[in-house]
Design a protein around this ligand. Sequence first.
Ligand code: MN
Length: 272
Amino acid sequence: MEKVHVETLWLSDLHLGNRDCKAEYLLDFLQHHHARTLILVGDIVDLWSLKSRHHWPKSHNRVVTTLLDMAHNGTRVIYVPGNHDEAIREFVKFDFGKVEVRSHYTHQLVNGQKALAIHGDEFDTLVCHSRLTSVVGDIGYDFLLFLNRWNDKIRKLTGQPYWSLSGYIKEKVHKAKEAMQRFREASLAKARKRQVDAIVCGHIHHPEILETEDVIYMNDGDWIENCSSLVEYSDGTIQLVRWTEGLTVLEETTRFARSASVLREASYQEAG
Ligand SMILES: [Mn+2]
């Protein structure tokens, strides 16, 4: 199989051990790429869902062996644990074989600038979204609309007044959007405080690239719903991609492209 050679992959929220993990797409994605560095940005193994029900199909095992094979075959693999795999946090600064476990990781991009990777659950207290995402994310909006139809019928049959579940959900979605905005702001503030040029998070299962004047916030998404990853190419371009039956580029930034830094240096020289 022809592999695409890339500089860096950021992946998070695989939730191995959860029955909603899209392990087959993930395996296909990994098999189509060769990365110099692979940064796992937390919630790789879902120890929470494994606690409540045992679910470990072969495909989940194959993801683990594929990640270990990558480490064995020359890819530098860094594992930053999240909240669903926080037990792994006890191993921070240790290595699992060739996998380095770190509480956070600052990656040097090809143009020399810095991208800090953290899972993002440390912002929960600021964002206070955990209950909201459990409604919007875990159950799913469509399912709630389906429930709403039944809620309606049952209330009519039992003679209870109308109560809009979907209105309730929309209110929750609105609050979830606000929470997401607070998450972005908290991430950007962290990037500025740590004096890095970019921050990469996972956690909220919402892939995006957000450029501001000074720093960039990037979220690599998840492999429950979005099947997304951040990819740094050798020219420094970073793409947010989705991989299901094939590749879809969701967003892209050329802020850290090698040519962009050359252009910037040239303009500094002109200015100087
Ligand atoms: Mn998380």
